[in-house]
Design a protein around this ligand. Structure first.
Ligand SMILES: NC(=O)C1=CN([C@@H]2O[C@H](COP(=O)(O)OP(=O)(O)OC[C@H]3O[C@@H](n4cnc5c(N)ncnc54)[C@H](O)[C@@H]3O)[C@@H](O)[C@H]2O)[C@@H](O)CC1
Ligand SMILES: Nc1ncnc2c1ncn2[C@@H]1O[C@H](COP(=O)(O)OP(=O)(O)O)[C@@H](O)[C@H]1O
Ligand SMILES: [K+]
Length: 513
């Protein structure tokens, strides 16, 4: 699924009404009907009080239209107009009149704190105050209203976007955003849903297709591409009957130091689970017996030093190299990394201390072979690109870093974001159970394993991130978020491959047109 900007959505809206020869009020009715159906399917006529807070723009118009449809079906609805300005939109006014025609009374007008209504814990709040047309920070009593609603336990459903958030810009005031329980958004998820600062206001969302012009949508370069199951399925390369282990490459993992040999174990195991034909681990001498006995499928080459990596000597050309997990940032190790960067022709993934070595020795960055994959978490990213003002500034900095060094940047976290050239891919799998020691090592192994099988660096990264999150999801479903360890993730990579092509259970009801 593609993520579009608010500007693109307004344009799509305009082109759709022109091409389909419909009035924009009809598009609003489509949108409102979808929201009504969503609610009706779940509420089945229940007389739970529903409070709809409508702004004076088209988001408010949506709210009024939803309210009217609910009332016509016998629901217990109260509508409020959050009268923050006189500039009511045309479609707001049409729906305002329609409400009057159906209910024989006007919605309640709110102009100050005195108008805030009582809301019980069991009630439902619908937020139609501001949509993607928010153009300044909600202030005064409107901000207080948002805070008042946030203080209520009632279930909060936001239309299009929680009020106070911009679709694709940083928010102004964290205190002036509605904390929605669920958001029903039109046509395309918004960028704000996937970034840590703003995404907390959108714990769950669904996209409603309101039939905007397909041709226009397809012609647009999105802000980002969301990676869900259908996209991931297309990445998968089928194995052929006469393939042999040579077909899938001989990968190299360079990892570990005294006390951190586990990083080599986890990443090398992950390389094999990803499907590489062979894996060799280059580790300090002290890890030899550990890896040989814990992972007999892997071959082991050791450094001349007992507890550090100082000189990476190998006698084969790896099909891919994953380097950096638990290696430390010792001077000799940095020198070993520098030599490898200068000499290798293999596709490369650099993680963890490998990234810290680069950050502490920025002159090494210009040695990065083109298309090298870097997998920083936010701490490591900051050491590479410097401090950022907000999530959008971080994206900008990551993009320019990726361009400058020709790197594929895999920025890890919830909704891991892969950045390459001008493109952004946002992952949808994974869960907080994966915030555990070594889960990043497993990801590096997975990327290395896919590179080894001939996936190109960008594809290997985006696909590995998806599979890694999916393995984490399977693990947490089995044993809880808390109990997941990196070993559990690595051992479910196989199930993640199987899940990729598993049929989803039948939906409860047929999708609506
Ligand atoms: N294709 C689409 O994208 C469709 C969009 N629709 C709805 O239209 C919405 C966008 O509507 P609008 O462009 O009218 O914008 P909004 O309804 O989001 O709000 C903008 C209005 O509020 C005012 N305003 C903005 N920030 C304010 C603030 N901080 N304090 C006080 N007033 C403020 C603006 O001046 C403007 O009058 C979408 O979010 C969606 O809900 C739907 O009706 C259907 C189609
Ligand atoms: N809240 C979360 N939701 C989804 N994925 C997460 C979450 N927290 C961590 N992860 C994933 O877990 C991995 C953690 O990697 P990293 O921070 O490098 O850990 P380590 O250094 O311990 O291996 C990343 O792939 C990250 O995307
Ligand atoms: K809203």
């Amino acid at each position: 699924m593609k993520i579009f900007s608010s500007e693109q959505l307004y344009e799509a809206d305009k082109i759709t009404t022109e091409k389909q020869e419909i009035a924009s009020i009809e598009l609003m009715e489509r949108a409102a009907t979808q929201i009504f159906s969503w609610l009706h399917e779940r509420m089945q006529g229940a007389q739970v009080p529903i409070h709809i807070f409508c702004g004076i723009g088209n988001n408010g118009g949506d709210g009024l239209a939803v309210g009217r449809l609910l009332i016509e079906s016998g629901y217990n609805v109260t509508m409020y107009v959050v009268n923050c300005s006189d500039k009511r939109s045309k479609n707001f006014l049409i729906n305002y009149d329609r409400v009057k025609n159906v209910t024989k009374s006007w919605p309640l007008l709110m102009t100050s704190e005195e108008d805030f209504p009582d809301i019980a814990d069991e009630d439902i709040i619908i937020d139609a105050i501001f949509g993607i047309g928010l153009n300044r920070c909600p202030g005064g009593w409107v901000k207080k209203l948002i805070q008042y609603l946030n203080g209520k336990k009632a279930f909060k459903l936001a239309i299009d976007i929680p009020s106070g958030l911009y679709a694709n810009e940083p928010m102004d005031d964290v205190e002036a955003v509605l904390k929605a329980n669920h958001t029903l958004t039109f046509q395309s998820p918004k960028m704000a849903f996937f970034l840590p600062e703003t995404g907390v206001f959108v714990p769950y969302f669904e996209v409603l297709n309101i039939g905007l012009d397909e041709e226009f949508i397809l012609s647009q370069e999105p802000l980002a591409q969301l990676i869900e199951k259908p996209e991931a399925q297309r990445f998968y390369k089928q194995r052929q009957k006469y393939d042999h282990k040579g077909t899938y490459g001989h990968a190299l993992i360079v990892a570990g130091s005294y006390g951190k040999i586990g990083a080599a174990f986890l990443s090398a195991k992950s390389v094999l689970r990803a499907g590489a034909g062979l894996v060799s681990c280059f580790i300090p001498e002290c890890g030899y017996a550990i890896i040989q006995s814990s992972l007999p499928e892997a071959m082991v080459i050791t450094d001349k030093e007992d507890d550090l990596i100082t000189d990476i000597k190998i006698n084969f050309t790896p099909s891919a190299i994953g380097i950096g997990m638990g290696i430390g940032t010792n001077k000799e190790t940095v020198a070993a990394l520098e030599k490898l960067l200068k000499e290798t022709k293999s596709p490369l993934v650099i993680d963890a201390d490998g990234l810290n070595c680069l950050a502490e020795n920025k002159s090494l960055l210009k040695l990065l072979p083109k298309n090298t994959v870097l997998t920083p978490h936010l701490g490591e990213l900051e050491r590479l690109v410097g401090k950022w003002k907000n999530d959008y500034d971080r994206i900008k900095k990551t993009k320019s870093f990726a361009k400058k060094y020709g790197a594929v940047m895999v920025v890890k976290g919830a909704n891991t974001m892969t950045v390459f050239e001008d493109k952004i891919y946002i992952n949808t799998t994974g869960n907080p159970g994966m915030a555990t020691a070594g889960s990043g090592d497993v990801l590096t192994g997975l990327i290395t394993g896919l590179l080894s099988q001939g996936y190109d660096p960008l594809l290997a990264s985006v696909f590995a991130v998806y599979l890694h999150g999916s393995a984490g999801n399977i693990a947490s479903q089995e044993i809880s978020f808390e109990a997941v360890m990196a070993s559990d993730i690595v051992d479910r990579i196989g199930l993640a491959f199987i899940e990729l092509f598993a049929q989803d259970p039948m939906p409860l009801s047929e999708p609506k047109e």
